[in-house]
Design a protein around this ligand. Structure first.
Ligand code: SF4
Ligand code: SF4
Length: 374
């Protein structure tokens, strides 16, 4: 059974211990090492500024040293496309020397056999490469969608090479109206090749994401059920096809609907670790509580102005450490509050431009701005 960090026993036990003793610790750091990307996916939660100045090599390694000083359990390297920075191998080497787990988010397009071989000399069992695969068969949409696209054969051979070098790889997909019919096919391909994990990142109202592309909740729940019933030997489903809001919406529309899994969708202890057990560093060294909270209002500081350790201990982490005031919102009397806690503060702020608002994906909050569902 494959695990992502949020289910990893080491992570969980540390998190429980720290939560119980009210200790704040940056167990997880995500870092966008570049703002450049060689793709331009329509569902991406980031808006890229291609004219943004990249960090110098010296600056990149200054950040590496700052990270190593505060000893997180895991660092997620993303971007943009992180393999556009040729320093990535040295960055990973340096993190591995400090025994930090490394999780790499890539669109996979720049992975060659030579690069994979070099990675296999550096990465260990605890490290994961996550490749975004959103289409196998949508040839006709390739140009208009500008989405990550792998021909089945190309993808197969890439995944096989990664397997050959014994690297741990997860495939990730963002379900949209364009690709929901391919979810089972892509999962089955992963199982066939022996990929260890398959997960989804829900389409969220951030960055350039086109929210009209969200798939109906009933459909997503059906696909997830179907996928879970596929017998597997190799590939674990890591979750993410549905969110808690899909189940709530179905239940809201039909009181008799079977949505027994609502309670399992969000595990309380893990519901939001931003600013308390995780932080995010953007491509300019700005520090935020989480990758979904890259908003001026949530910026804690810049690593080139103040030490990361200083910012973690003395920065203003606002609602992420003090909590949100969700009184006078639907959350106050909500049956699901214990499981949802009002949802993601980053997504809420980005949508309403107000801090004390519940998650706009929640079907009870829809009349706040418009009636569109996410
Ligand atoms: S956002 Fe608020 S109202 Fe909506 S499900 Fe979560 S707790 Fe309930
Ligand atoms: S709920 Fe939102 S802010 Fe909190 S950890 Fe998740 S994505 Fe980040």
């Amino acid at each position: 059974m494959e695990l992502n960090i949020k289910e990893n026993p080491v992570y969980l036990s540390l998190l429980r211990q720290y939560t119980k003793n009210k200790i704040l610790y940056p167990l997880k750091i995500s870092w966008d090492i570049t703002s450049r990307c060689n793709l331009n996916c329509f569902y991406c939660y980031k808006k890229y500024d291609l004219n943004k100045k990249e960090l110098s090599i010296k600056e990149l390694f200054y950040i590496v040293e700052q990270i190593k000083k505060i000893k997180p359990l895991e660092v997620t390297l993303g971007g943009g496309e992180p393999f556009l920075r040729e320093e990535i191998l040295d960055i990973i080497k340096s993190l591995k020397k400090a025994d930090i787990w490394v999780y790499i988010l890539t669109n996979g397009t720049l992975l060659t056999e030579n690069l994979i071989k070099r990675l296999s000399n550096i990465l260990r069992e605890t490290d994961i490469i996550q490749i975004s695969v959103d289409f196998l068969y949508h040839k006709q949409n390739k140009k208009t969608l500008k989405a990550k696209y792998f021909e089945r054969k190309k993808l197969e051979s890439l995944l096989k090479i990664i397997k050959k070098y014994n690297l741990k790889v997860y495939v990730n997909l963002t379900p949209t109206k364009y690709n929901y019919k391919e979810i089972i096919k892509i999962f089955s391909l992963c199982e066939e090749i022996g990929i260890q994990g398959f997960g989804c990142t829900p389409l969220v109202p951030l960055g350039g994401a086109n929210l009209n592309l969200k798939v109906q909740p009933e459909t997503l729940i059906k696909i997830e059920d179907e996928l879970k019933n596929i017998p597997v030997k190799n590939c674990s489903y890591l979750g993410g096809i549905t969110t808690i809001y899909d189940f709530i919406e179905v239940k809201k529309n039909n009181k008799n609907a079977k949505v027994k899994k609502i309670k399992n969708k969000v595990k309380n202890i893990l519901s939001c670790t931003a600013g308390r057990y995780q932080l995010h560093i953007d491509e300019s060294g700005n520090i935020y509580p989480c990758v979904f909270c890259m908003n001026k209002i949530y910026k804690v500081g810049n690593i080139f102005e103040k030490d990361l350790e200083y910012l973690w201990n003395n920065g203003d982490w606002g609602i992420f450490r003090e909590g949100r005031d969700l009184s006078d919102t639907e959350c106050e009397s909500c049956l699901y509050f214990k499981d949802c806690l009002g949802g993601c503060p980053g997504i809420s702020y980005n949508y309403y431009k107000k801090i004390n608002k519940p998650d706009p994906r929640c079907p009870f909050n829809r009349n706040e701005k418009n009636n569109k569902r996410f």
